[in-house]
Design a protein around this ligand. Structure first.
Ligand code: GTP
Ligand code: NA
Ligand code: MG
Length: 336
């Protein structure tokens, strides 16, 4: 592959949708983790970022070793679907490059699906629809990890016609909300028409399709936007008090690189605070939410990854380099 491909950063992909559509379960299925099972009442209450390196994506798809993937991975951001957390859906949709809108095939578009579609329309964010829970179609024969075409071939005519009926209904509902959509494998205009990928987060049918579509379609529609630049673009997701590290901030590094020791300016309720990055940490993937997080230390992190650990969530992090004017940076922090 050419040197240009290597310069692409990981796209930031936000998962949106109505409560219980299966957003967290979908991510669990991809990561082979069980975050959803550890959530109180099965309800997501925070934004969470996961980095999926390209090796993981290759492992989940049937891509030949020589096939190129132009992005180094995907940074996936899970959001809550419960109606009271619209602030987090707004934050997620404002920092992502693309989105996956998860729709329960047995329920079609619901209130927070429509709210999410409106957010994406408003911000001009491109998205795919994961039409999830296909295994819930009555009579579905599970085909673990199968591409959706193969899984559909294995179904009875009855299940297949129910599937088509549900898809048609969702296509109509999307149209009513201003979007032309089609099953991705029938979509002749993948740059204009919204792709629908049928999935199951339980038996993983369609998961290879979803991952492949994302790593291929996203660089195709936004090559320029994904081109790595050395300017730090960074958003604070969360502020935490850690027993070992003191105050930590969770960030999404959208562009550029952070190094240990870099001077940063952070917006706090008391005004801009200048500090140095003491530790750069990324969490090891944890199987359970409640498990004590284990962190990997880094000297440097490059976009797009989650995970630097007294700021205001949703504000930008400003990095001061040698030669930069500190007062100017602090003034910029105030404006954020
Ligand atoms: P919130 O974060 O609360 O908005 O919900 P969510 O969209 O993250 O849904 P979640 O992953 O919590 O899943 C909701 C319920 O649906 C759980 O009981 C899951 O086990 C179940 N579920 C999710 N995806 C599937 C699927 O593909 N098939 C089946 N059968 N059940 C699913
Ligand atoms: Na849920
Ligand atoms: Mg969830």
């Amino acid at each position: 592959s050419s040197g240009i491909d290597k310069e692409l950063r990981a796209p930031i992909c936000c998962i949106l949708g109505h409560v219980d559509a299966g957003k967290t379960k979908l991510l669990d299925c991809i990561r082979r983790s069980n975050v959803q099972g550890g959530e109180a009442g099965g309800i997501t209450q925070q934004i969470g970022a996961t980095y999926l390196p390209v090796e993981n994506i290759r492992e989940r798809t049937s891509l030949k070793a020589e096939a190129t993937i132009k992005v180094p991975g995907l940074l996936v951001i899970d959001t809550p679907g419960h109606q009271s957390f619209s602030n987090m859906r707004i934050r997620g949709s404002s920092l992502c490059d693309v989105a996956v809108v998860v729709v329960d095939i047995t329920r079609g578009l619901e209130n927070q699906t429509i709210e999410s579609l409106d957010l994406l329309k408003h911000r001009n964010v491109r998205f795919v629809v994961a039409l999830n829970k296909v295994d819930r179609l009555y009579g579905w024969k599970t085909c673990p990890n199968a591409p959706i075409a193969k899984a559909l071939k294995n179904q009875s005519d009855d299940v297949r016609s129910k599937f088509i009926w549900r898809v048609t209904e969702v296509v109509t509902q999307l149209k009513e909300n201003g979007f032309n959509a089609a099953l991705y494998y029938e979509n002749k205009k993948i740059k204009e028409v919204v792709n629908i990928v049928p999935t199951s987060s339980v038996s993983a049918e369609g998961i290879p399709d979803l991952l492949l579509l994302l790593v291929r379609w996203v660089p195709e529609i936004m090559m320029e936007r994904l081109t790595y630049v050395n300017n730090v673009e960074c958003t604070v997701l969360e502020v935490n008090k850690d027993k070992d590290f003191g105050t930590t901030i969770d960030v999404v590094l959208i562009n550029g690189a952070l190094r240990k020791g870099d001077q940063i300016v952070v917006c706090t309720k008391q005004g801009p605070v200048t500090t140095n990055i003491r530790y750069l940490l990324t969490p090891y993937p944890t199987k359970k939410l409640k498990a004590k997080a284990v962190y990997k230390h880094h000297e440097e992190l490059k976009a797009a990854q989650g995970g630097l650990r007294h700021a205001i969530p949703g504000t930008a992090l400003i990095v001061v380099k040698l030669g930069d004017d500190l007062e100017q940076a602090e003034a910029a922090a105030v404006q954020e």
